[in-house]
Design a protein. Structure first.
Length: 255
């Protein structure tokens, strides 16, 4: 028993050291295979799991919701909703993480969010450089463990390389597959519906009643309890460019 505790302690110390460097590096990946199965068992039990339907205009901080990596953004709750601006470059890609306002949720559900994206420097213009997005993520909470590996799906709207798009992403053990869907606006109602291991992604233009299915993922590995979160990120391949304001005007979750 004593030797086992010592081994776990040493692995965690090594894991903390490596986790401070590149989360996509070879050292991280190798040590993650050793440490992650142990470290995720040390995560606390989920104290607050969303029960029943939830709806908010996001004019105030929703009770029992919490932030992941809030240091990457400035945010405020206003009469227009939750307004978030990146304060440095970040990305949800492979094992890298950005900011998220989230809550734990269990079982099947349908989440819809109204998202408005603009340039921080010009509120009359959509984002027009690099990769700048806001939207919804569904994430395995065990990724928060020491040397954790990202497992999530998401649905976002914004600027993607050469134009405005809806972007969907499917990340399994730190490996991401991404798809883009051309969009005529920087704004969208975004939706993800979970039915068991099936995750269906939808989008629609503001004021439209017609949902367009933009992707669908089968993820038998994702647990029953996930984080449902609102995410914002601006990525410029290390150039540290960010010119983005995202307003979340409304969120609705049905179970």
């Amino acid at each position: 028993m004593y030797k086992s505790l010592v081994v776990i302690f040493l692995l965690i110390i090594i894991g903390v050291s490596i986790s401070m460097v590149d989360r996509d590096g070879l050292s991280y990946k190798v040590m993650s295979k050793l440490v992650f199965p142990l470290s995720k068992q040390l995560l606390p039990m989920y104290e607050n799991i969303l029960s029943g339907d939830f709806e908010s205009d996001l004019t105030t901080m929703p009770e029992t919701w919490q932030w992941l990596k809030p240091d990457l953004v400035d945010y405020q709750f206003t009469d227009k909703g939750l307004i978030v601006e990146p304060t440095e470059e970040s990305v949800w890609w492979k094992n890298k993480r950005g900011a998220s306002l989230y809550h734990h949720i269990k079982g099947d559900f349908d989440v819809q969010v109204k998202v408005i994206t603009r340039k921080a420097s010009n509120q009359a213009s959509y984002p027009d450089q690099d990769y700048q997005f806001g939207g919804i993520i569904l994430r395995d909470p065990s990724a928060n463990a020491i040397l954790g590996r990202e497992n999530h799906v998401f649905n976002v709207v914004g600027y993607r390389g050469g134009g405005l798009q809806i972007e969907t992403k499917d990340t399994t053990n730190g490996y991401s597959q991404v798809s883009g869907f051309d969009w005529s606006s920087g704004d969208a109602d975004l939706r993800i519906r979970r039915r068991g291991s099936q995750f269906d992604m939808y989008a629609r233009l503001p004021l439209s009643n017609k949902w367009v299915q933009v992707n669908s993922f089968e993820r038998k590995d994702l647990p029953e309890t996930l984080e449902v979160g609102l995410i914002v990120y601006a990525y410029s391949n290390g150039k540290n460019r960010y010119d983005l304001t995202v307003t979340f005007e409304h969120i609705k979750i049905t179970q």
